[in-house]
Write a protein that binds this ligand. Structure first.
Ligand SMILES: NC(=O)c1ccc[n+]([C@@H]2O[C@H](COP(=O)([O-])OP(=O)(O)OC[C@H]3O[C@@H](n4cnc5c(N)ncnc54)[C@H](OP(=O)(O)O)[C@@H]3O)[C@@H](O)[C@H]2O)c1
Length: 344
């Protein structure tokens, strides 16, 4: 029987991607949609300015959007996907979990909380069991798992593949697409013919979330990885796909060939939305590129290339689709993990 799911913040950039991914999903059935008070009471077609690259699904289009309140969501919804602005998520997500809903959230609030699992299933699926600690501490029947920031998701799987060489220091510079700021995030007058070397709070997210993701969970507590990460974030005028330049220092010797082999061999998972090959490594020096490579593995794969030795042990570029692998797809994958691990 299909799992009944709801989408909080269903009308936004990530919410629309969630609808696109969930509507054909064989295990999940969309049963509730919420947004702000100004969208509540409208049909989804009226409330959402649909801008995804496939038609709005007819059955979802005719559903009524409700306010983002636990009393407005049917009790028989088994799983919620949240793509609310973090300021809103901070206010309402705990109320949903307290009311018994299990939630896979994309919003940045609470990502760094000690009892909230921050998960990329192919990297740290075992952290999901932090939910036992969360339920004990908070007295919730529900539960909350988070996926990381879209730029963090792009480079952390490559670091996970290199962890066997002993990660010491990582520098990362991002070139991030405009969809990462949400539909009303960056105006065309700001970004056309331009690049903006500042994205509020983004650098700190890459620096801290990466260490949590690569940390160890001993069944009671999570310790963060000690690797030093320094990030610099830039917004550029691409629509989708975050490109990142990464420099890595390792304890052990590491050649570009060893790194490419480790990335290619890094395993994916059997979850429905996991790509067959998680990390694609290009030999061509000018790849990956956002327009050409963001849809690899239906937008769920990571692309890497340009591996070479520099003043650091290793330098390379990586890329992921920010609203699919970096946001909606990441939440769906965590939903599949929750189902697989018996939390739903
Ligand atoms: N875009 C990305 O690539 C990306 C990647 C990773 C993480 N994220 C995170 O995902 C979240 C959503 O981002 P987005 O880009 O989809 O934003 P967005 O396009 O601005 O959409 C925001 C959604 O939240 C709803 N909302 C706004 N204020 C609300 C309120 N007071 N109460 C209830 N609902 C409210 C909006 O509904 P209305 O239509 O009714 O206003 C809309 O459905 C953010 O936390 C963001 O940081 C985004």
């Amino acid at each position: 029987m299909a799992v009944r799911v709801g989408v909080l913040g269903a009308t936004g950039a990530v919410g629309q991607r969630l609808i696109q991914l969930l509507e054909p999903h064989p295990e999940f059935e969309i049963a509730a949609l919420t947004a702000s008070e100004s969208s509540a009471g409208k049909t989804y077609r009226q409330a959402a300015k649909w801008r995804v690259d496939s038609p709005i699904p007819d059955d979802v289009a005719e559903m009524t959007v409700s306010a983002t309140d636990p009393d407005e969501v049917p009790d028989d919804v088994d799983l919620l996907f949240s793509s609310l602005p973090s300021s809103v998520g901070e206010q309402v997500e705990p109320a949903f979990c307290e009311a018994g809903y299990v939630m896979s959230s994309n919003s940045s609030n609470a990502r760094m909380a000690d009892d909230v699992p921050l998960v990329i299933p192919e990297v740290n699926a075992e952290h999901i069991d932090l939910l036992e600690v969360q339920r004990d501490e908070r007295g919730w029947d529900g539960a909350m798992v988070k996926n990381p920031n879209c730029s963090t998701i792009t480079f952390v799987p490559t670091l996970a593949a290199l962890e066997q060489f002993g990660l010491e220091e990582v520098h990362v510079a991002t070139l991030q697409a405009v969809s990462g700021a949400g539909y009303d995030g960056v105006s065309s007058m700001e970004i056309i013919d331009n690049a903006i070397p500042y994205i509020g709070s983004e650098e700190e997210k890459l620096e801290t979330e990466s260490r949590k993701l690569l940390g160890e969970f001993d069944g009671a507590e999570l310790s963060h990885n000690s690797v030093e990460v320094a990030a610099s974030c830039n917004r550029i005028p691409t629509i989708d796909g975050h490109l990142e330049n990464v420099w890595v220092e390792t304890e052990d010797d590491l050649t570009p060939e060893d790194a490419a082999d480790a990335m290619r061999a890094y395993p994916s998972l059997e979850l429905r939305s996991s790509p067959d090959q998680l990390i694609h490594v290009f030999d061509e020096p000018d790849r990956p590129q956002p327009r050409m490579d963001r849809t690899l593995g239906d937008g769920m794969a990571i692309a890497a290339g340009g591996l070479r030795e520099s003043t650091f042990d290793l330098q390379y570029n990586c890329l992921a689709h920010n609203t699919i692998r970096g946001a909606a797809g990441a939440s769906v994958l965590n939903g599949e993990l929750l189902l697989d691990q018996g939390y739903i």
